[in-house]
Design a protein around this ligand. Structure first.
Ligand code: 28F
Length: 650
């Protein structure tokens, strides 16, 4: 597409900045840490837009010691000329006008990302101050914005201190922005280096060739992300801890007017599907039309390949989509205009044209890929893997029919282990899944039986990562959980049948407990993901210590807090260390771990599905050595462990 060179007059003007301070949630979702990080991503998105349109290649993000953050790119620099009717520089318009930007004019940039496309003015509106430097045409320009309180006590933010001015000469080209989030708005304004690293890595994978440098000045940390392989490198990264069935990922790219598609595929020896899709760099966690289009095209092309190569005989039935999904790892990257997001968390693509375009482009490009003889080994591996899956599917279907009657009788017994709650109200109902019979016994006695149900788990439930669905279903512990929750699993999962609003995993604070917890989370992640996405899964934290004296008791939940608790207790204190839940009597278990007023819960949220998946894969590996290695590097099964760090503490 011919690119139009535009200037300040092209900026579309819609609204003023006050709206943002008034209702920040509308623009950045929350005023918590996630919302604050959003301020940064708005700026980074603009830099990415510029670079992905062919101008520049590097973005640097620097966390400064005063909590401000600097983003710089080496693009063309935001336009500095005067807007003809607003009589302000292009930079000032972009930073003070809501919805300002070429984003709404498809002539300017082919596609535009932007988490919600609201832009830099939102960041400015929610910052204490914001400084912008533009390097353009041999000159350096500067404008500063700040927030202040007027005589009537009203706060004004994003106000230019002076108009844009030329401050010197330069041979650089690009834009540099530094801002300090407003502490009154966000409370804690510390950026999280690791969170930023994870998203920056993802952005570097999704935008081949883009270089992102991250610096944490105070902690002297630096990371650089740059992938010439783009999403092919991404699927390799995602499957680093798995056994791949072929070495080079399938990769193709296809385009149509205002539509770009890029797909990378690799198969591994497991049975689960791992698909990650993105639209304009935004993860579409709930999938949508682009995924649907891809699946149908992939199944079609692979069946054609299977027939043409003689791997599937005339008399044999076509392989199903689900057969091709076992062990597949896909990254689907779409760039398009006018995206519509739907679904519970607005992470599902709704545009109907995305289905047909992804479908036709995939059929075209993937057929081309397999027409090439040197890719036939890969094709054969995939078809043979799918044939294996189809065989098991047929066998499982027969077995299921045979045992259906028997199962319904057994399910009844299984739930017999469950100490149900007396009230039928689901709203505040809680299910505690408790490690071990003795802790289970204490929990049954200590609970508030009106709304708390207890399910004790003997032994370790089966590792859901390594098994096919029929084996998962055959496991007694897992079946007990499924029947207690009442939702069904996998494709049949139905959230509206859920009997408990909170599902709380209670395991010991040791290696075994962590393993059980990881297994349960893997199971929920693989077979009841909606339960997790919808925020029903929690981890209960039992205390690690009791500090006590004659008339004084304090429970301590982490090693960090212990010294302070000891200081509070003063001289002559006693210290008890809990090795497991089983050491607590029913009253203690209630006071410390079950009473909604006093307990500590961690809500399991999968904000970063890709990282959670990598972690789960690593933790669940059969290969003990690799697992140990991973655990040593990343996790110490404390309450503060790495595994829990991705999950939000409530
Ligand atoms: C550190 C953050 O924001 N980089 C940006 C550009 C470049 C242009 C531009 C941006 C004009 C009409 C808005 C330059 N020359 N980094 C950034 N680099 N915005 S933001 O244009 C702004 C649009 O609506 C640019 C010619 N065309 C565009």
């Amino acid at each position: 597409m011919a690119e139009k060179n535009y200037d300040a007059k092209d900026i579309v003007v819609l609204e003023g900045l006050d709206a943002v301070r008034l209702r920040p949630g509308m623009y950045i979702g929350t005023t918590g840490s996630k919302g604050m990080h959003h301020l940064l991503w708005e700026i980074v998105d603009n830099a990415i837009d510029e670079i992905s349109n062919g101008h520049g290649d590097t973005i640097t993000i620097t966390l400064n010691p005063d909590n401000s953050v600097t983003v710089e790119d080496n693009g063309r620099g935001i336009p500095v000329d005067m807007h003809p009717t607003l009589h302000k520089s292009g930079v000032e318009v972009v930073y003070t006008t809501l919805h300002a930007g070429g984003k709404f004019n498809t002539d300017n940039y082919k596609f535009s990302g932007g988490l919600h496309g609201v832009g830099a003015s939102v960041t400015n509106a929610l910052s204490k101050w914001c400084n912008v430097t533009v390097y353009k045409g041999g000159k350096e320009y500067y404008i500063g914005f700040h927030s202040y309180t007027d005589d009537e006590g009203k706060i004004h933010s994003g106000i230019p201190v002076e108009p844009l001015k030329m401050i010197g000469k330069t041979d650089k080209s690009g834009t540099k922005v530094t801002f300090l989030p407003d502490e009154e708005m966000f409370g804690n304004i510390k950026f999280n280096f690791e969170t930023i690293c994870n998203r920056a890595r993802e952005l570097a994978f999704l935008n081949k060739g883009l270089r992102i440098e991250l610096n944490d000045v105070a902690n002297e940390k630096q990371e650089i992300y740059h992938y010439e392989g783009g999403i092919s490198d991404f699927v390799n990264y995602l499957t680093e801890n798995k056994n791949r069935l072929f070495q080079k990922p399938i990769y193709f790219h296809g385009e149509d007017k205002n539509f770009d598609l890029e797909v990378a595929i690799i198969y591994c020896d497991g049975y689960t599907e791992n698909s990650f899709s993105f639209v304009n760099n935004i993860p579409t966690i709930e999938g949508g039309t682009h995924e649907t289009g891809f699946r149908s095209a992939f199944t079609k092309v692979m069946n054609e390949y299977a027939r043409n190569s003689g791997l599937l005989k005339d008399k044999e039935a076509n392989l199903l989509g689900e057969d091709f999904r076992e062990g597949i790892n896909v990254v689907l990257n779409v760039k398009m205009n006018n995206v519509q997001f739907e679904g519970q968390t607005k992470t599902k693509l709704g545009n109907p044209e995305a289905k047909t375009l992804v479908e036709s482009l995939t059929i075209k490009e993937l057929s081309k890929y397999f027409a090439d003889k040197k890719n036939s080994t890969t094709g054969d591996i995939i078809v043979n893997k799918a044939k294996g899956a189809a065989k098991v599917r047929e066998a499982a279907k027969k077995a299921k029919e045979l045992t259906r009657a028997k199962n319904s009788a057994e399910n009844f017994n299984l739930v017999g282990k469950l100490a149900a709650a007396t009230s039928r109200n689901r709203e505040n109902a809680e299910l505690f899944i408790v490690e071990g019979d003795s802790a289970g016994g204490s929990a049954k006695q200590g609970r508030d039986r009106r709304f708390q149900a207890i399910l004790p788990l003997r032994g370790k439930p089966l590792n859901a990562e390594k098994k096919r669905i029929d084996q998962v279903l055959a496991n007694e512990e897992i079946r007990t959980i499924i029947s207690a929750l009442n939702t069904g699993i996998g494709e049949d999962f139905d959230l509206s049948s859920l009997r408990y609003n909170k599902v709380i995993i209670l395991s010991d604070a040791d290696q075994d407990g962590a393993h059980i917890r990881a297994i349960l989370l893997t199971f929920f992640f693989r077979y009841m993901r909606e339960l997790v996405n919808d925020g029903h899964v929690y981890i209960g934290l039992p205390p690690l210590y009791k500090v006590y004296k004659k008339d004084y008791t304090e429970y301590v939940y982490s090693d960090n807090e212990l010294p302070e608790a000891i200081a509070r207790a003063g001289r002559g204190y006693n210290l008890q260390r809990y090795k497991g839940l089983g050491e607590m009597n029913p009253e203690q278990l209630w006071e410390t771990t079950m009473d909604p007023e006093r307990r500590n819960l961690i809500q399991v949220t999968i904000e970063d599905v890709a990282e959670a998946d990598r972690m789960i894969t690593a933790l669940m590996r059969d290969d003990i050595e690799a697992r140990k290695h991973y655990i040593n590097e990343h996790a110490n099964f404390d309450h503060e462990d790495e595994f829990l760090k991705n999950y939000k503490k409530i």
